[in-house]
Ligand binder design. Structure first.
Ligand code: 9D3
Length: 230
């Protein structure tokens, strides 16, 4: 195993993800030395008594804009030569599995969390190497998106998932949705497990599952059959 993937999350809400890193696969990835996540308090890089991180927009208009100086200094305090400096913002490239795979190859990710106000354009111009959105809905800030990116990337680091987990990944992901799954009991509240799954006919089971997965994808995610996205 090599060095852990280093991730620095720069935000004015450094406590917001307390609890996220201490559960489940992320906890294992960190404990196992695959992932090293640090929350960086943007306010530590202000120089005034009020610890100001935003200011009024040039040209006027409503709202505030995040100042460039604390952001540049925070990034420069953690940046390494190979780091990708990623601005999380609604205007970014849509995050998907292909981008997660790409980010999992980097040694160091710096995630800059925007807020419900703009970020000074010079952050895009002179600092960020990437700009990412996690989807078309409006959140209050980029901290949860940062957690989403870390979660999706961490499970792709070789060694983080167990064999069963990562094998399931490969055999499921034909780019479509998964087939219906059942466990015991064979009947529950009047709902029966399809007979074919209990027949012991493995070839028939395989065929049934493929058909179910295709029907489901056609009905719920037809976009997956044309695009990739996986
Ligand atoms: C008034 C225009 N708004 C853009 C739609 C401004 C705005 C809204 C919300 C600016 C920032 C935010 C906070 N969201 C994020 O920083 C964010 C986000 C999101 O809201 N949705 C999906 N992905 C992301 S990544 C960062």
């Amino acid at each position: 195993m090599g060095a852990p993937l280093r991730v620095d999350v720069i935000t004015i809400f450094p406590r917001m993800l307390d609890g996220v890193w201490g559960e489940s696969i992320l906890k294992r990835a960190i404990a196992g030395g695959f992932l090293d996540v640090r929350m960086v308090d943007l306010r530590a890089f202000t120089h005034d008594v009020h610890r100001t991180t935003d200011d009024r927009p040039y040209g006027g208009g409503p709202g505030m804009v995040m100042k460039p100086e604390p952001i540049f200094e925070a990034v420069e305090s953690v940046r390494t030569p190979e780091a990708r400096v990623i601005l999380l913002s609604p205007q970014g490239r849509r995050f998907d599995q292909a981008l997660a795979r790409e980010l999992a190859e980097a040694p160091h990710l710096i995630l800059l969390c925007g807020h419900y106000e703009g970020v000074d354009e010079r952050v895009r111009q002179g600092l960020a190497t990437d700009e990412i959105s996690i989807g078309d809905y409006v959140l209050t800030n980029g901290v949860l998106p940062a957690a989403v990116v870390v979660d999706a990337v961490a499970r792709l680091i070789p060694g983080v998932l167990g064999h069963a987990e990562s094998h399931a990944d490969e055999s499921f992901s034909n780019g479509g949705l998964e087939y219906p799954q059942y466990t015991r009991p064979a009947e529950y509240r009047g709902m029966a497990v399809p007979e074919i799954l209990r027949s012991g006919d493995h070839a028939a089971v395989r065929q049934w599952r493929m058909g179910q997965a295709q029907d489901r994808t056609k009905k719920q995610r037809p976009d997956l059959l044309t695009n990739d996205g996986n």
